[in-house]
Ligand binder design. Structure first.
Ligand SMILES: Nc1ncnc2c1ncn2[C@@H]1O[C@H](COP(=O)(O)OP(=O)(O)OP(=O)(O)O)[C@@H](O)[C@H]1O
Ligand SMILES: [Mg+2]
Length: 244
């Protein structure tokens, strides 16, 4: 692979936290490459360093040692404003708890993140927001407020919101933790579909071993160390998702 096939590359990332008991190393030297356009699962026990690593990769936090490049740019060379722009335009985020803006309906929530990414909500971008909600099976929920949607539906709006502005990567930290197993599998398939249809990279953390078969690559952490980073040639393809 040439360098442009990797959206993120890290070199020896360490992250130390100063605690009353001394310095605690949450990451102890992580060197990984995240392939562009693939569905990557980050796994490991609670406390192994997944969230710490994700926050360094998305530029919210800095490593104590080591470096990260995003699309070839060293994150440490970027100002806070440049990082914020990077997160709004080139990244998307899905969290464990759904975080829709309650005063906006489904399509307005999607359009809000498109605005943050610098897009004007003209006819074309409004159609894009509609397309994204249709892709996640919510063509019939466009004007519903979050209080009028189930947890799984709200999380699907959050996914539509995360990819509507054509980010290079979506960071999803345990996005299925509050969903039942059928909806967790559905959401995982949606992420996989985003990689295939839109060329977006998805980096998702999960504890759920049942979801791991869908990954193109799994990265495993244990006590702040990299256990393995393995690409799977024969990841399960998503089933055709029905438009609801
Ligand atoms: N600000 C901090 N100060 C001190 N220690 C921290 C801090 N943030 C994280 N840690 C420690 O670093 C380790 C890794 O935390 P992290 O949140 O990355 O784990 P995780 O793999 O995401 O776990 P989980 O699956 O429970 O979300 C933990 O032992 C945690 O207590
Ligand atoms: Mg975590």
């Amino acid at each position: 692979m040439s360098t442009q096939d990797w959206i993120i590359e890290t070199d020896g990332i360490k992250r130390g936290f100063d605690t009353p008991a001394g310095r605690f190393w949450a990451l102890k030297g992580i060197t990984i490459r995240i392939p562009a356009g693939r569905f990557v699962i980050l796994k490991g026990r609670s406390g192994s360093g997944k969230t710490t690593l994700m926050n360094i990769l998305n530029s919210l936090d800095d490593p104590t040692e080591g470096s990260v490049t995003f699309r070839g740019r060293f994150l440490k060379d970027l100002s806070q404003r440049e990082r914020e722009n990077l997160r709004r335009k080139e990244m998307g985020f899905v969290f464990q708890s759904v975080s829709l803006i309650p005063s906006l309906n489904a399509i307005q929530n999607v359009e809000f993140s498109m605005r943050l990414a610098g897009l004007k909500i003209n006819k074309e971008n409004h159609a894009r927001a509609e397309e994204c909600l249709k892709l996640v099976g919510l063509g019939n929920r466009m004007t519903h407020m979050s209080a009028e949607m189930s947890g799984g539906e709200q999380q699907r709006v959050a996914i539509a919101r995360a990819f509507a502005h054509h980010p290079g990567i979506i960071f999803a930290d345990e996005p299925t933790a509050e969903l039942d197993s059928a909806m967790a599998a559905h959401v995982t398939e949606l992420f996989k579909e985003m990689t295939r249809k839109e060329g977006i990279t998805v980096l998702m953390t999960t504890h759920d071993v049942g979801l791991m078969g869908a990954a193109d690559m799994t990265i495993e952490l244990s006590d702040g160390n990299l256990v393995e980073a393995r690409e799977h040639k024969e990841a399960q393809e998503p089933q055709e998702l029905s438009q609801q």
